[in-house]
Design a protein around this ligand. Structure first.
Ligand SMILES: Nc1ncnc2c1ncn2[C@@H]1O[C@H](COP(=O)(O)OP(=O)(O)OP(=O)(O)O)[C@@H](O)[C@H]1O
Ligand SMILES: [Mg+2]
Length: 247
């Protein structure tokens, strides 16, 4: 089943006199339970696409369909509700609230949605366990390492049982060993929970954890690649496709 779809999506940013064409007609589909990576040069529109997919911003033209809902037909308020209930976000800079503990940061999306933490305590415990932070639950972000902070952000992204997790360079600020742990965690959530994941990354190795890779250039999808499961070979293929984009 298709869970996420864009049809001829365009995005222009107006900078005074200058119009920036960030996306120029993107058709993109994600099936339920897929793990898709988005790659492409800096400025090619990856983050813009991820923001539109999650309803954080609206397209200039075209349609985004999220969990069966055509977002252009909805009010901002309705889009916000659909986003809260269906999308978990993981960002490059973790975006944790510094005054909250790890556990409170994980619970935050529930609070924002007006739900009781008590009712969800078991799930919060399970997620902290899943990311290996049960013994760090009372730590504030500045008492956690970068990898631990990102694991908090991952648990937070999962806490509402979102249909879709969107991740923008989730390993961009981590060393490669910690990054690998995060990627294995995402892969496992896809394999074991059927989690749908769309991840933007610059890193061929990170992308090789996905089921397929979509390549963006100048606001267009210019290429696709399916992973074979032979990671070394997949990484080589991804690098070859990336080199082809760097004309
Ligand atoms: N809020 C904004 N206002 C104006 N222009 C923007 C805005 N956000 C992005 N852009 C422009 O749109 C284009 C696409 O930006 P985007 O952030 O999607 O690129 P990206 O592929 O994520 O790049 P990077 O790999 O560097 O993160 C760029 O040319 C960028 O300068
Ligand atoms: Mg970006």
């Amino acid at each position: 089943m298709t869970i996420l779809e864009t049809q001829q999506v365009r995005k222009q940013y107006q900078m005074g006199e200058v119009t920036v064409d960030a996306l120029v007609g993107v058709d993109f589909t994600v099936e339920e339970g897929e793990f898709v990576a988005i790659m492409g040069p800096s400025g090619s529109g990856k983050s813009t696409l991820l923001h539109l997919l999650g309803g954080l911003d609206g397209p200039t033209d075209g349609e985004v369909t999220l969990a069966g809902q055509r977002l252009s037909k909805l009010s901002d308020r309705q889009v916000t509700l659909i986003r809260r209930r269906n999308v978990g976000f993981i960002f490059q800079f973790f975006n944790l609230l510094p005054t909250l503990t790890a556990e409170e940061n994980v619970a935050l999306p529930l609070l924002i949605d007006g739900q009781s933490i008590k009712k969800h305590q078991e799930k919060i415990d399970r997620l902290l366990e899943m990311v290996g932070l049960s013994d760090r639950r009372h730590h504030k972000p500045d008492q956690l390492s970068g990898g631990e902070q990102q694991r908090v952000a991952i648990a937070r992204a999962f806490v509402t049982d979102p249909a879709i997790v969107l991740a923008d360079e989730p390993t961009g600020n981590l060393d490669s060993k910690t990054g690998d742990e995060i990627l294995r965690l995402l892969r496992r959530s896809c394999d074991e929970l059927g989690q749908t994941i769309v991840m933007v990354t610059h890193d061929a190795k990170a992308a090789s954890f996905a089921d397929r890779v979509v390549f963006l250039m100048d606001g267009r999808i210019v290429d696709h690649l399916k992973m074979t499961g032979d990671q070394a070979e997949d990484i080589r293929q991804i690098q070859r496709h990336l080199r082809a984009l760097e004309v």
